[in-house]
Design a protein around this ligand. Structure first.
Ligand code: OSB
Ligand code: MG
Length: 374
């Protein structure tokens, strides 16, 4: 595939309701979109970096800078690329910046699926025609507000409720939710809110029959999670700690977790996401697809990824309308009354991009040109 042009832009999009985690509140998204043109086709990528470097060290602005000055020119200068899977090698000189890398790599996979005339899910090796969906619910002002939201999401069909938690918004909340809904699939996500002195407190989570406790400790840790997992009956799921296949192997070997959350941006794109998926599959560790408050392009990529065989637990990928008044794709992502998203069986990502809407949301835009690197 000949690379004819790369356009990077930032769009700004307000969330329909604020999303609060242990590390902060997001009200407005600043999302980068990459558009890679090749032989009459356009592949799209969406950057999952947050506005501030609080989930990981990347942010909208670091990604903008690295794509514009390094990754974009590397791809443009390659001139020709056959597979999305060729991107990691191309971007190897740049250390880290995985969300920035994923933005471009995923656009190439999108292009490749279109060129082959198959769905992105098929190209990735997906085996499902629908994916099971859960929701991730942010920290709320009051417990009654949370209870009302859970009631609504369960009525909509979602198969699993994940509660964001931190000190002061954990055991009392879990107790109330469990009391009202004794048998739903329930999990929690601490985004690294706890420390060693919280071990006894974390072990008290066992009484709530949670499906998992996601990333309770440091964002970059395996060792102390493995200490905790020895004492905790509930499965630990790692999110932030897993940056690549080697991390997955280390975490599984050390028994730091029994479940892995795979996020496309966090691991650097589809190639590494598939590698993490396979490593976990071969070792009997189930995975699920995480979310980063994506707009429609990132969401459609998540849906394709979650069609792989070992994505056996409900993920955090849910309907567009839970996030946006208007999504940037058509149709919007919808969830059935059984809490599933159907995998589109049409070439490429399976959702049209609303280019006029994207244009009107764009706050900055750059064309990346080929450069001869010295
Ligand atoms: O840890 O899974 C997380 C959102 C932003 C940053 C980190 C996380 C999340 C979510 C939301 O849990 C998932 C979603 O609904 O997109
Ligand atoms: Mg998480």
């Amino acid at each position: 595939m000949r690379i004819d042009g790369i356009i990077l832009r930032e769009i700004q999009l307000p969330l329909v309701r604020p999303f609060e985690t242990s590390f902060g509140v997001t009200r407005h998204r600043r999302i980068l979109l990459a558009e890679v043109r090749s032989e009459g086709l356009i592949g799209w990528g969406e950057c999952t970096a947050g506005e501030r470097p609080f989930f990981s060290s990347e942010s909208t602005d670091t990604s903008w800078q690295v794509i514009l000055s390094e990754l974009g020119p590397m791809l443009a200068s390659a001139g020709q690329i056959e597979h999305g899977g060729d991107c990691p090698k191309l971007f190897k000189p740049v250390r880290g910046h995985r969300m920035a890398k994923a933005t471009l790599e995923n656009a190439i996979w999108d292009l490749e699926a279109q060129r082959e005339g198959i769905s992105l899910s098929r190209l990735l090796g997906g085996v499902r025609d629908s994916i099971p969906c859960g929701v991730s619910l942010g920290i709320q002002k009051t417990l009654p507000e949370l209870m009302a939201i859970i009631e609504k999401e369960l009525a909509a069909g979602y198969q699993r409720i994940k509660l964001k938690c931190k000190q002061g918004w954990d055991v009392d909340v879990f107790a109330a939710v469990r009391n009202r809904w004794p048998s739903i699939l329930l999990s929690c996500d601490a985004n690294s809110a706890y420390r060693m002195h919280d071990f006894d407190h974390l072990c008290s989570f066992d009484q709530f029959d949670l499906l998992m406790v996601e990333q309770p400790l440091w964002h970059d840790d395996f060792y102390f999670h493995s200490m905790l997992q020895k004492r905790l009956n509930t499965a630990i799921c790692l999110d932030e700690s897993i940056r690549n296949r080697r991390d997955a192997l280390a975490a599984i070997e050390m028994e730091s977790c029994r479940i892995i959350n795979i996020k496309l941006g966090r691991v650097g794109g589809f190639s590494e996401a598939i590698a993490v998926h396979n490593a976990a599959f071969e070792r009997g560790i189930p995975v699920w697809c995480g979310g980063m408050l994506e707009a429609g392009i990132g969401r459609s990529h998540n849906i394709a990824l979650a069609s792989l065989e070992n994505f056996s637990l409900p993920g955090d990928v849910s309907a567009s309308a839970r996030y946006w008044a208007e999504d940037i794709i058509e149709p919007e992502v919808a969830v059935t009354s059984k809490g599933e998203i159907e995998i589109p069986d049409i070439p490429g990502r399976g959702y049209e991009v609303r280019t006029d809407l994207i244009e009107s949301l764009t706050v900055r835009k750059e064309t990346i040109r080929e450069v001869v690197l010295a």
